[in-house]
Design a protein around this ligand. Sequence first.
Ligand code: XMP
Length: 517
Amino acid sequence: MELKQELIIVLDFGGQYNQLVARRVRENNVYCEIYSYKTPLEEIKKKNPKGIILTGGPDSCYLPDSATYSKELFALGIPVLGLCYGAQLMQHLLGGKVERADIREYGKIQLTVDKSESELFENVPKESIVWMSHTDYISKLGEGFEITSHSKDCPVATYENTEKKLYGIQFHPEVLHSEYGSVILGNFIKNVCKCECNWKMDAFVESSIKAIKEKVGNGKVLCALSGGVDSSVAAVMLSKAVGDNLTCVFVDHGLLRKNEGDEVEAVFGPNGNYKLNFIRVNAAERFYAKLAGVSEPEKKRKVIGEEFIRVFEEEAKKIGKVDFLVQGTIYPDIVESGLGGESVVIKSHHNVGGLPDYVDFKEIIEPLRDLFKDEVRKAGLELGIPKHLVFRQPFPGPGLGIRIIGEVTAEKVKIVQDADAIYREEIDKAGLSMEINQYFAALTNMRSVGVMGDYRTYDYAIALRAVKTIDFMTAEAARLPWEVLEKVTNRIINEVDHVNRVLYDITSKPPGTIELE
Ligand code: XMP
């Protein structure tokens, strides 16, 4: 979406923290976009940014094949802040010297401010802790630059040329280990770039709706609605923009949580809060038939994904001509798919950039492609979507299909649905639902002997999982109160047929993963 507003550009040199830098900027209510360092200067100029931030990166700037940029960037009169590699590169290009350090600085380091009156150091004490991670260091500054802080092993921890509005920081202000990092970045944005900091979600939602209206005109729009946060927010935004011209297809693959299909229909269906053309396809039987005899996790994912496409395709054909397809792609999907910045591809299942070949349409609309997850939630609240949907925890596309170890059958789906519903209810009652990032029950393929009443049983074991995580790349098991675990266990064994044992999985990720398959 093209928005007329203050923009800060983050030029990505392949550092690990590029998304964090963008987040910190947005936390200051300034809109921010990440571009690869390969983006031509002309394109950057056209965006008319209020400031440019160069990120860290893995290279050594003095080597011939290292990532670099045109020197003209520093002569545009636009404030530039280099972070780590970015700070070194600026010096390398502007007459300073960067060398390999004898002592590699890594971790929490004490910073000493030498120029307290620097605009970067407003409300920053003379001594504080910062996060350093570098092998090279700046041994000499180019003409016009001065040192503004140092650490024990780093003579130039920050530098500036106020006249040219060029600044460099050797440490990582974007990570939380840097005590005053956010303040320093905020100072750059407010004091140096002179941003008014007025980027707000209501303005974003409003201008996005307007832009979609202009783009779509009277065209027909199709959206695959899963009930998850991203597709729900995208669908509601589209419906506000194009009304009746939007059709949402909700494929119930029979692998949703207990009552979930009905809950989605209650909100988005004909009796719900929105005037969507809502089509629910009850396709459980089709999916179970395809899954019969399939027990290998990746094969299951593939079967479910393909069947989903077939069902969706059939519905799309019934609708007739479609001009636009909506996707709930969000910003981390774009960056992780290697299209935004320079970071390596992490997940290949994100369908970003290309058009799926199963529906004939002219263009894709991704109204959330500039937003982080928590910003999508804010947009959802802004659009009036109920809180229980906005704060839903992630649920994998293949659904319970990957929470049933081994072959999927209708009977097993019912067992895991019932156990999971009890688990969720008790977590809610204990007031823990907002503290745990993802929690669910899974059905192990293990059966064991038990005794109930005077009878021998030979039934399944349910595994409970609850994890705390920030980015879902790493996670640790939540330390649930014993009483809660006991209550859930008793209830599952008493209320769910064919379960005689409940296990709590305390494996972290790595070495485990969050889902059991
Ligand atoms: P893992 O199990 O890899 O999960 O630690 C990390 C996050 O990704 C979700 N997940 C999936 N999401 N399709 C999806 O849409 C999948 O096949 C899939 N597998 C895992 C998982 O729920 C967790 O949030």
